[in-house]
Design a protein around this ligand. Structure first.
Ligand SMILES: *Cc1c(COP(=O)(O)O)cnc(C)c1O
Length: 363
């Protein structure tokens, strides 16, 4: 049966030389350097999940009628492997990504990849490409699982066949020059997700729909777009591809509650669990743009930060909307933001204890 599938190892005969790899790892940036291998697993209705292989990273061939290219049955994940002080490599909460990948698949009427197969694929790739895991502080190996519909068929219905791919990309320090707050544009013209839509799923189409709003934010001189609820354009949902936290001056953390239109981030969830360890009360509830602006004016909101796998924790300094703009405190990274950031990074990089058992050693 499919869940007993093991991943066959067929490593490349022409990996990058150690010298080439070192050159690529010197300044990897984000999402532009790829390692030597990838994993592929196929799904058919009759055969279930089959043909799990680890092979050379290489282009793939697709029929022009491939249904994902037309109707968008395509989902993905993002997680990281971190170099540890003892020389091992560990993953951060990979079972959370496996579970979310299944929920995304369900929402898009796609086949669900068994958790163990997802985890096996990640472990196999990290083991094969362990020399690609960067070792400097703030660096990591970013892992990108994805799945798409492969039926060569133009009829509109869920595909009967799927392809799962996993590849890896070394990621540099997101803030090489030190943590810098971002400016955000509150979008009222565009929405990311509406009730009953796909906002909770990590699907390709959500990102396609977000790009014009991100371009509008850039035109307004802002780094990122902040999404509001689709019905009233009042409630804050998230920022670009990251979730948001509001720090109140009495030490409370508030993050927008998961109403079905927000992407439930693993980083968001981790901060909810970490907050009590740091002496902070964390609360999930709805928060309006008026409360945000008023809170910054009367100083009851002292910091705002965004969180996600790629940048971990990013302070928000400036807010702009159709009716004006305001700053969060003095626009500098706040003490609570930096405390949360350091606490998470400490666990991920193995320089702090891991009381919640979040790290999984792979090799
Ligand atoms: C992936 C993602 C996040 C952050 O999730 P993490 O699991 O913390 O990386 C937040 N918002 C959107 C829209 C996302 O796609």
């Amino acid at each position: 049966m499919s869940s007993d599938l093991t991943i066959e190892l067929a490593p490349t005969s022409s990996p990058h030389s150690a010298q080439e790899r070192a050159r690529l790892l010197a300044d990897p940036g984000f999402g532009q350097v790829f390692t030597d291998h990838m994993v592929s697993i196929s799904y058919t209705q009759d055969g279930g999940w089959h043909d799990g292989t680890l092979t050379a990273y290489a282009p793939i061939t697709l029929d022009p009628a491939t249904s994902a290219l037309h109707y968008g049955q395509a989902i993905f994940e993002g997680l990281k492997a971190y170099h540890q002080p003892d020389g091992s490599v560990a993953l951060f909460r990979p079972e959370q990504n496996a579970a979310r990948f299944q929920r995304s698949a369900r929402r898009l009427a796609m086949a669900e990849l068994p958790t163990e197969l997802f985890l096996d694929s990640v472990r196999a790739l990290v083991r094969a490409d362990r020399d690609w895991v960067p070792t400097r502080p703030g660096e990591s190996l970013y892992l990108r699982p994805l799945m798409f519909a492969t039926d060569p068929f133009l009829g509109v219905r869920p595909s009967l066949t799927y392809r799962y791919l996993l590849f890896a990309s070394p990621a540099g320090n997101y803030f090489p020059g030190g943590v810098r707050p971002v400016s955000v544009w509150l979008s009222t013209e565009y929405v990311r997700a509406a009730p009953g839509g796909t906002g909770e799923a990590k699907c390709a189409g959500n990102y396609a729909a977000s790009l014009v709003a991100q371009a509008q934010a850039a035109e307004q001189g802002c780094d990122q777009v902040v999404w509001l609820d689709a019905l009233e354009h009042r409630y804050v949902e998230e920022m670009g591809g990251m979730n948001l936290y509001f720090v109140f001056s009495d030490g409370r953390l508030v993050t927008p509650e998961l109403t079905g239109t927000l992407l439930p981030g693993v980083t968001r969830d981790s901060i909810l669990h970490l907050a009590p360890d740091l002496g902070l009360d964390a609360e999930e509830r709805r928060i309006t743009t008026e409360e945000w602006e008023r809170g910054c004016a009367d100083r009851s909101i002292s910091e705002v930060f965004a969180c996600g796998t790629a940048a971990v924790v990013t302070p928000v300094g400036e807010v702009k909307h159709a009716g004006g703009s305001f700053s969060v405190a003095d626009g500098e990274p706040g003490a609570v933001t930096m405390k949360v950031r350091e606490a998470l990074l400490g666990i991920q990089q193995g320089t702090a204890p891991d009381p919640h058992g979040w790290m999984q050693r792979v090799v």
